[in-house]
Write a protein that binds this ligand. Structure first.
Ligand SMILES: [Zn+2]
Length: 196
């Protein structure tokens, strides 16, 4: 379904800030809050101008009774602040996503019901609930570690826990990159969340 396809969203400085759907991208064009970028010549188009472009043969497009509109693959926001650059909420789901549903001590990925949140420095010893002190641990490792630090329990963390920079990067990691996006995104940007 083309309308559910991914469109890359750039802020006014042409820095990638998010992904959205083709449907939302077209709505933003129609509302005037974004313009579409034609990847081959970087020309900017509002809704009418985009809709009047000839659809390239074989390119994904949205068809109505009267017109065919090419699916915008990259849009640039007209205003600052349209996509808030919020930090990632500290939640169980986001923590599980950050650690990829993998026990940070033994590296196993059991079912979600066997995963727990472990405080690296135990709460009873002043450890707080935060991105840098909480990791995903399987039930067994959590039980074995008990009220100790990883060093005391002879455990080594797979990764140093850190706050994810932006939720959009978590989304990016799972979406197929489009050729037209390459010009707007450096490899370093894409690799932030993917490297171990
Ligand atoms: Zn484990």
């Amino acid at each position: 379904m083309v309308l559910n396809d991914a469109t890359l969203v750039l802020n006014r400085n042409w820095v990638p800030v998010n992904l959205t759907t083709v449907l939302d991208a077209l709505c933003k064009l129609y509302a005037g809050s974004a313009r579409a970028i034609k990847p081959d010549d970087y020309s900017l188009h509002d809704f009418d101008s985009w809709a009047s472009l000839k659809v390239i043969d074989g390119a994904p497009c949205v068809r109505t009774a009267s017109i065919a509109i090419q699916a915008p693959e990259v849009i640039v926001l007209s205003r600052y602040g349209a996509v808030p650059d919020r930090g990632v909420a500290f939640s169980r789901l986001n923590l599980y996503k950050r650690d990829r549903y993998t026990c940070q001590y033994c590296g196993r990925s059991p079912s979600v019901t066997e995963l727990t949140i472990d405080h690296v420095v135990p709460r009873s010893r002043g450890g707080i609930s935060s991105w840098i002190n909480c990791v995903v641990a399987c039930v067994q490792c959590n039980f074995k570690k008990a009220n100790r630090t990883p060093a005391e329990a002879g455990f080594v963390l797979k990764r140093t826990p850190a706050k994810p920079e932006r939720s959009s990067q978590l989304v990016f990691a799972r979406v197929q990159r489009k050729v037209s996006w390459e010009k707007f995104i450096s490899d370093a940007y894409w690799n932030v969340e993917l490297k171990e």
